[in-house]
Design a protein around this ligand. Structure first.
Ligand SMILES: Nc1ncnc2c1ncn2[C@@H]1O[C@H](COP(=O)(O)OP(=O)(O)OP(=O)(O)O)[C@@H](O)[C@H]1O
Length: 541
């Protein structure tokens, strides 16, 4: 079939292969030309640089010169071009013309379909290589590289430069898939291992979508469960937004107390649910313009004690075109169910297997017999080979304080973090650990999730974790961003019923587990916080 040049007559190329009586339908041609010179329908078929006729999409892909358009609508747009003309009452095409017309549409559809299928195959292979699993309608292709952010999505150069300066050469699997999903305006819930770059996976598309700073209210909200994690995400946002004057705010105690939220220009607000709920209730903060909402560590946020606060934030974010996304390294079924209820047409993205520990962590179980045995074991381990930074987790703040009391006088730089400390003290503990001033940080689960302490060599579960997700998140403070790490879990008699559960998690992430452990009976996790003997060796006063 020959393709007339689009230059000869603006409408002629629409009817390639059709004999058309121009004299008879002159009036309609004139009307059509006038109206649709610039519409999508008039540009469905165009001539590529090599002179061949291609769909608009194919040419755009090749030259990457025009702005991204919604793919969804393309096929209907194709047909619409013809419909506009056909519906004109004055047109009465002969049956031959109609047939040729339809053949041309069919051919075009077939070509499109073939190319779409090929792309789907390429995407499936690429996802398999990167262990990405998706479900949902019409999931966009994963990113091959950060450069594709520019060619496919016109990523501004400040952001590409910042990515480069931060040393991010290749997107991680979760970034490869969720960035295009969010840039396509789709809601999503995502699960990927600890330390796999989920923060960038939601901050990068958010900055791209916000485009430029504005002063008309709060445009994006990131919620996470602790102040420490909020502060960390705030810093990451600032680094990624460098050279662009976005209003990025952290909901601190003083902001909550002093800010006039009626005049609050803010592009991105990062907060814990509790503080944002207080701001909604007491300060009447307006979230009705929020376009993007991220729930980080979403499974934690959906737990009963935080859900009430989350619910009031979700309600206040009343913009009907809001894009919401959920991220975590653990995604229990009840959170998936909630996500499906909450979101429209959401895409589900899982990297690796759901709820799995990172494969870069060497995991060990040590039987210590008693509380005394634990203290002996940790001292011995530090004496033999203390390789800081080391994080030690305990099941309660009381026990964290007790262990700190024991180790503070050994010759190691040790600190403690728990919820009884002030915001300032907690911040200092985190900063000193990050700066290498503290070698061993004793902690409760307050820093078990999300915290990115670079280069933690070893995590010690002094007290057995209280759930599978606690285990995955705690040990995930080491072995981040592809680095290797180590995790040691002490156990006593009280923990034996749940030993098999941890053994399963270890085996699933590729660790060697003694066969006898795999033969133990599996028990359903319940909040596992047995009453333990005191750690303190000092006599009671
Ligand atoms: N594309 C990338 N290339 C190299 N490093 C990256 C890349 N993206 C993020 N990182 C780095 O990986 C580390 C972990 O990232 P991040 O804290 O976002 O992990 P996460 O998946 O959110 O972990 P968690 O589940 O524990 O919250 C950070 O130090 C971050 O700077």
């Amino acid at each position: 079939m020959s393709v007339p040049s689009p230059m000869a007559n603006d409408s002629s190329f629409l009817f390639s292969g059709i004999r058309f009586n121009r004299k008879k339908f002159g009036a309609d041609i004139a009307r059509f030309q006038k109206k649709d010179n610039d519409t999508d329908s008039a540009k469905i078929w165009t001539v590529a640089e090599d002179g061949s006729a291609k769909t608009r999409e194919a040419v755009e892909e090749k030259t990457a010169s025009t702005k991204k358009r919604k793919r969804k609508g393309n096929s209907s747009e194709n047909v619409e071009g013809f419909n506009v003309f056909r519906n004109s009452a004055s047109v009465a095409q002969s049956s031959g013309e109609v047939q040729a017309d339809q053949e041309s549409i069919e051919l075009c559809k077939k070509k499109n379909k073939k190319e779409q299928n090929r792309q789907l195959e390429r995407d499936a292979i690429f996802r398999k290589q990167h262990n990405i699993h998706v479900s949902g309608y019409n999931v966009p292709s994963p990113l091959q590289s950060f450069d594709e952010l520019k060619s496919r999505y016109r990523c501004p150069s400040y952001l590409l430069r910042n990515l480069k300066e931060l040393g991010f050469r290749e997107p991680t699997p979760i970034q490869r898939q969720t960035i295009p999903v969010l840039l396509d305006g789709r809601e999503c819930f995502a699960c990927a291992p600890t330390g796999s770059g989920k923060t960038l996976a939601f901050v990068c598309p958010m900055l791209m979508k916000l485009k430029d700073p504005e002063k008309g209210g709060i445009r994006a909200v990131i919620l996470c469960h602790t102040r420490e994690l909020s502060a960390q995400i705030f810093r990451e946002c600032k680094k990624l937004a460098k050279r662009k004057k976005f209003g990025i705010k952290l909901m601190t105690k003083s902001l909550l107390r002093n800010a006039d939220f009626s005049k609050f220009p803010c592009d991105i607000l990062i907060s814990t649910p509790l503080r944002l709920r207080l701001a909604i209730k007491k300060k009447k903060i307006d979230l009705s313009r929020v376009e993007y909402l991220v729930l980080d560590e979403s499974d934690k946020l959906f737990e009963p004690e935080l859900f009430k606060q989350i619910a009031s934030v979700l309600k206040a974010c009343s913009n009907p075109s809001i894009i919401r996304s959920l991220f975590s390294a653990t995604l229990p079924d009840f959170v998936e169910d909630r996500a499906r209820e909450l979101m429209h047409d959401a895409v589900r993205v899982i990297v690796g297997r759901k709820n799995m520990a990172s494969e870069t962590i060497k995991q060990k179980l040590i039987f210590t017999g008693s509380e005394e045995g634990k203290l002996l074991a940790i001292r011995q381990s530090f004496a033999e080979s203390l390789n800081p930074p080391v994080l030690v987790f305990l099941q309660s703040k009381e026990r964290a304080k007790e262990l700190y009391g024991e180790l503070a006088f050994d010759n190691i730089r040790v600190d403690v973090i728990h919820s009884d400390l002030s915001e300032q003290e907690r911040g200092n503990a985190v900063d000193n650990f990050r700066a290498g001033k503290t070698w061993v940080l004793i902690a409760t689960d307050v820093v078990a999730r999300g915290m990115d302490f670079k280069g933690v060599n070893c995590v010690i579960n002094y007290d057995f974790p209280d759930s599978a997700s606690a285990y995955v998140h705690r040990i995930g403070r080491s072995g981040r961003a592809g680095r290797s790490g180590e995790a040691i879990t002490f156990y006593t008699e009280e923990d034996i019923p749940l030993l098999r559960n941890v053994a399963n998690l270890m085996a699933a992430s590729g660790c060697e587990v003694p066969p006898w452990l795999m033969e133990l009976q599996k028990k359903k996790w319940k909040k596992h916080r047995p009453k333990r003997d005191s750690i303190s060796t000092k006599p009671d006063l």
